[in-house]
Design a protein around this ligand. Structure first.
Ligand SMILES: [Zn+2]
Length: 213
């Protein structure tokens, strides 16, 4: 995060970032587990008699680590999701951060700044959403492949299925963001429509049509 933001986050900031309201609840839980190194992967299984084989990523035959799962694995999934995430972000015309375990775990700390160093809230919010939802989807796909389907390649999701799931994850966030603007429901806590528009309009923009109402 120091490399991406240009400043070192404090420990307090790092923990607080896990509660960022820009992250969905399941994502926050996933990042919390990641920061605490909870997922039982790789080295954990080397100590479990007769389960040592679980320490390796089967398609790649290397020791499984979170880095491997989230952005190195050659099994279908991570690369496709990151490409979709990057393509979506490219519509903002802004630079995509280099993905690392630090960037994923600390995505709640992202801060996109203007020339004077002031944080620009809308793209910052969108980047948090895109990176966190992409990483969480990759983790879910891994869990399904390894835990649910025991590495059965016949049960692996197709390319289009993975792309659709990423789309759906982002659509869901957009829908929730939209609902949060309801004055009737949330009164003074409602998110201003201007905030919603600024966050999403660049990625929703259609040529000749603008952003949908
Ligand atoms: Zn792998």
């Amino acid at each position: 995060m120091a490399e991406i933001n240009g400043v070192w986050p404090s420990t307090d900031n790092a923990w607080h970032s896990l509660r960022s309201i820009d992250l969905s609840r399941p994502v926050r839980e996933f990042l919390w587990r990641l920061m605490h190194n909870v997922p039982k992967i790789g080295k954990y299984w080397l100590k479990v008699p007769n389960k040592e084989y679980r320490s390796e990523c089967q398609p790649c035959e290397v020791l499984e680590t979170m880095d491997h799962i989230l952005y190195e694995c050659s099994a279908l999934g991570q690369e496709l999701v990151w490409t979709a995430a990057k393509d979506l972000w490219a519509r903002t015309g802004r630079q995509w951060p280099e993905i690392s375990l630090g960037a994923i775990t600390g995505c709640g700390l992202f801060a996109i700044r203007d020339k004077r160093g002031k944080v620009i809230p809308s793209p910052t919010r969108l980047l948090k959403i895109i990176v966190s939802e992409a990483a969480f989807l990759i983790w879910k796909i891994w869990c399904e492949r390894v835990i649910q389907h025991g590495n059965d390649i016949d049960k692996a999701p197709s390319e289009s299925e993975i792309n659709n799931r990423f789309q759906a994850a982002i659509q869901k966030r957009l829908k929730i963001n939209t609902m949060l603007t309801s004055r009737r429901k949330f009164k003074q806590r409602a998110v201003p429509i201007k905030t919603l528009r600024k966050t999403w309009e660049q990625v929703l923009f259609q040529p000749h049509q603008g952003a949908p109402e």
